[in-house]
Design a protein around this ligand. Structure first.
Ligand code: ST9
Ligand code: ZN
Ligand code: ZN
Length: 333
């Protein structure tokens, strides 16, 4: 089997590590799934998405071109918008809602949901559902961004075609009760379009225009469009590059890798071999704040009493796992 027959053992030791209080385990790799035999269903292009994604990226290029003409404070604002929307994905949709790797009180969940709408990456419910099937059925037909279909498909191509039927079939069997029970998640889903217009486009544009007299053109194409394109691509690189390039110190039998460049752009989300090996670790890495702004943010929230219950894998478990299934690269670096 893929991870050396360690599936059952892994599932059991996971339970110990979690203390069983995460309320869900549907992000653990399921070895029992086999892809259906026979020819794969034909790709069905979604032209609306292809046109809109192309226009968005042209807008992003135009934004790059406008950088020298913008006020420095507008660029700083764009950077702040990048951090906020990225946290809505990393600390919010990913570590909190997909993996339940820590607990967040109502004020923090409201903040993260607003930040998440700023990132416009589908609502939290849909994001977390797709992300749980990604972990449970990694690199198979039931993985929405199956990296065995190539760099382009796992990066953005998967958003431009209809999903493989197995993604939907397997996704429908996931336990999403925790998401359905979260009023913040359901509220964001209900008012998703409105919240995206307000947070991803209007808010980033209006602030520079109203408060320091930036031109409407620069205000729109820099903190709104270019910032959105950058957050999207930083996120997508986790699915593409971090499933292809880098070391595998924790599990050499899986594709996800440790990719420093991705980690840097994605606020700590590029330690992807670690993350797929221990998906319930709130830090997605064993190295604390090192290259990991998201971990620093969650730690600060705990310090302020807004979050709690961080799940962390013990050093001993990590070392044992490295020795048992790693590629040996941890010794050199
Ligand atoms: C975007 C998402 O960019 C990016 C996610 C990246 C994930 C990264 C993970 C990496 C780790 C974390 C790192 C974070 C780093 C962050 C760094 C920040 C600096 N289960 O979807 P439909 C059902 S989005 C169960 O239309 P089609 C469901 O019933 C960008 N059921 O499928 C649904 O109906 P309902 C902006 C499922 O027709 C029905 O099927 N957005 C599942 O095949 C149809 O669903 C876009 O570009 C499931 N998994 O279309 C739009 N899936 O309404 C993207 C589906 O009841 N989306 N169902 O839910 C689309 O246009 C379409 O989904 C499609 C597929 C064309 C892609
Ligand atoms: Zn992955
Ligand atoms: Zn994950």
């Amino acid at each position: 089997t893929r991870n050396g027959g360690a599936g059952m053992e892994k599932a059991l030791s996971n339970q110990e590590d979690l203390g069983g209080d995460r309320g869900m385990t549907d992000d653990i790799f399921d070895e029992s799934y086999c892809e259906k035999e026979g020819p794969k269903p034909a790709k069905r292009y979604v032209w609306r998405n292809i046109v809109l994604m192309s226009l968005l990226h042209l807008g992003g290029l135009y934004g790059l071109w406008l950088i020298p003409a913008a006020k420095p404070v507008t660029l700083a604002w764009g950077f702040l918008c990048f951090l906020l929307s990225a946290l809505g994905v990393t600390a919010g949709a990913h570590r909190l809602w997909s993996h339940r790797s820590y607990k967040a009180g109502l004020p923090l969940r409201i903040f993260l949901a607003i930040a998440n709408s700023m990132a416009f990456q589908n609502d939290i419910y849909e994001w977390a559902r797709d992300h749980r099937v990604h972990h449970k059925f990694s690199e198979t037909d039931a993985d929405p961004h199956n990296a065995t279909r190539g760099f382009f498909f796992s990066h953005v191509g998967w958003l431009l075609v209809r999903k493989h039927p197995d993604v939907i079939e397997k996704g429908q069997k996931l336990d999403l009760a925790d998401l359905k029970a979260d009023k913040v998640v359901m509220f964001q889903r209900r008012f998703y379009k409105l919240s995206v217009v307000a947070m991803c486009f209007l808010f980033p544009t209006l602030v520079p225009w109203c408060f320091w007299g930036e031109s409407l053109r620069n205000s729109f194409f820099l903190p709104a469009i270019l910032r959105y394109v950058l957050v999207l691509n930083a996120t997508w690189l986790v699915n593409s590059a971090a499933h292809m390039f880098g070391n595998r110190p924790y599990d050499r039998n899986i594709n996800p890798r440790e990719n420093r460049l991705v980690t840097f752009g994605a606020l700590g989300e590029g330690f992807h071999n670690y993350h797929h090996t221990f998906p319930y670790d709130y830090s997605t890495s064993e190295f604390g704040w090192h290259y990991n702004f998201t971990t620093a943010f969650i730690d600060l929230m705990c310090l302020l009493g807004l979050a709690s219950n961080r799940k962390k894998v013990s050093k001993e478990t990590i070392l044992a796992r490295k020795i048992r299934t790693g590629d040996g690269s941890h010794k050199s670096g």
